[in-house]
Design a protein around this ligand. Structure first.
Ligand SMILES: NC(=O)C1=CN([C@@H]2O[C@H](COP(=O)(O)OP(=O)(O)OC[C@H]3O[C@@H](n4cnc5c(N)ncnc54)[C@H](OP(=O)(O)O)[C@@H]3O)[C@@H](O)[C@H]2O)C=CC1
Ligand SMILES: N[C@@H](CC=O)C(=O)O
Length: 433
């Protein structure tokens, strides 16, 4: 009995003194969660488990007023007082609605729902990178017009607070380059294939079961997901995005277990690397499978972990690392955005970061090391390493992007992988092109 009443006291709003000096129930922050999959459920659970912390930071209880889903037949285990509906109209028409958290999939109807929520005066938070990469600029503008916050920490690198780091903590630094592992599913698959000899499809199934993969995992394994995240980072770091068509995007589907084993023998690991930088004032990016050597920090990023390195002119290089996908890490990003939303530190324009950076000290892209697996014509590479047992049927070159591009055209069956980090082979010479 005592336990039950204690529980009741905790769940009801605390008392606050009103202007007339009498005690009333403290008002609560009412939120709606759009989507109740991995992310939506994580947010719902975290609000339950961390109500005390939320209340102490915000001075108010946070109440989930409504949840939007597609399939009304599924049992959700949601508290009976919460409106569970497949009709957005019922949510947007609620008497009180302060924050809308969007965790559904794809551009529409997510974009329209968030526009309507902002127009109603609600703060919005999204985890939907595909939508935000396309419409983030418009939504930020709309949010500024309506003086509401827009949170999108969960759109990039799951639980790793990279957006707030750039927006709130690197206001004066000029960012030169951002590079990292931005897709948890791909990194998990590559790690499982290498460490446990799993097949691609078995590793993908496991990533889906753990809630890491997108509803359509093509986005993960073909590099679209990392690409969307890169575009979101580009906008906050450089104040703009490159022409999407000019960003090479390649996923991990063509990587075989044999290639992974061959790389392993050479002390190299495959990682899906996303990178974006200013080169002579132009924003240049790419998403592609890359080989990293033991000396490189990304070599040790395994499983669902993500890692993002930010190179800036004052601070130098800082690296953030942590879980890049999954229920609770993503809920963590959303919940922290909720604090900024309610305290209004997430209103666009409240970040001091300049919108457009002067590309004064942008860099010239140097030649990189590339490992070519199975070139069609080894004679093409006079100093090829084909005589090496480990490198049988492959060679290492140093070349710029354009040279590699032409070589690819001439060697259609060969695979070209940039090598990051120190990579030297005894008695072997690098072919410099
Ligand atoms: N999973 C992760 O680790 C991360 C995911 N994200 C992003 O968060 C978003 C959600 O991901 P996740 O939770 O994994 O996805 P899920 O597929 O697990 O869940 C999607 C949810 O959205 C609902 N939904 C889909 N379309 C509609 C619609 N048109 N109207 C109403 N409800 C709809 C589904 O309803 P129903 O249950 O009825 O089918 C489901 O509850 C995605 O944009 C994803 O990219 C971001 C960071 C990490
Ligand atoms: N599918 C995504 C989820 C988080 O953004 C990933 O695997 O990284």
């Amino acid at each position: 009995m005592e336990r039950a009443s204690l529980f009741f006291i905790q769940r009801s709003s605390p008392l606050e003194m009103n202007q007339k000096g009498s005690w009333t129930r403290m008002s609560s922050i009412k939120i709606a969660i759009l989507g109740f999959g991995t992310v939506g459920q994580g947010v719902y659970k975290t609000i339950e488990t961390h109500q005390k912390e939320l209340e102490s930071v915000l001075g108010k209880k946070v109440e989930v007023a409504a949840v939007l889903i597609k399939n009304k037949e599924k049992d959700r285990g949601i508290h009976p007082g919460v409106l569970v509906t497949d009709k957005f109209e019922e949510i947007i028409d609620l008497n009180q609605l302060d924050v809308v958290v969007e965790a559904i999939v794809g551009n529409e109807p997510a974009y329209t729902y968030l526009q309507r929520a902002i127009q109603r005066g609600c703060h919005v938070i999204t985890a939907n990178k595909e939508m935000f990469a396309s419409y983030g600029t418009d939504l930020k503008e709309l949010a500024a017009q309506h003086d509401v916050s827009i949170g999108f920490e969960a759109t990039v690198a799951g639980g790793v607070p990279v957006i707030q780091t750039i927006q709130q903590l690197l206001n004066i630094n000029r960012i030169k380059k951002i590079e990292g592992i931005l897709n948890g599913t791909s990194n998990y698959i590559l790690s499982e294939m290498r460490a446990k000899g799993e097949s691609f499809s078995a590793a993908l199934t496991a990533a889906q079961e753990k809630g890491y993969a997108e509803a359509d995992p093509t986005n993960d394994v073909e590099g679209f997901d990392a690409f969307y995240k890169l575009m979101i980072l580009s906008e906050i770091a450089f104040g703009g995005k490159p022409d999407w068509e000019r960003v090479p995007r390649e996923g991990i589907t063509a990587i075989t277990r044999e290639q992974i084993e061959k790389a392993e023998k050479l002390g190299l690991r495959f990682k899906l690397i996303a990178s974006i930088q200013l080169i002579n004032g132009e924003i240049v990016g790419s998403v592609r499978p890359t080989l990293v050597s033991k000396s490189h920090p990304l070599y040790h990023i395994e499983g669902v972990e993500n890692s993002v390195s930010i190179e800036a002119d004052i601070v130098g290089r800082i690296t953030l690392q942590g879980p890049g996908a999954g229920m609770l890490p993503t809920a963590s990003a959303v919940i922290e955005d909720l604090i900024h939303a309610v305290l209004k530190t997430g209103v666009p324009g409240n970040s001091f970061r300049m919108q457009q950076q002067t590309p004064e000290d942008s860099q010239v892209k140097e030649k990189q090391n590339w490992l070519i697996l199975n070139p069609d014509d080894l004679d093409h590479f006079p100093l090829s390493l084909s005589s090496s047992a480990e490198l049988e049927g492959s060679c290492l070159i140093q070349a710029d992007e354009n040279t590699v591009h032409s070589l690819r055209q001439e060697n259609r069956n060969a695979s070209f992988f940039e090598v990051l980090g120190e990579f030297m082979l005894e008695e072997r010479q690098l072919v410099k092109l």
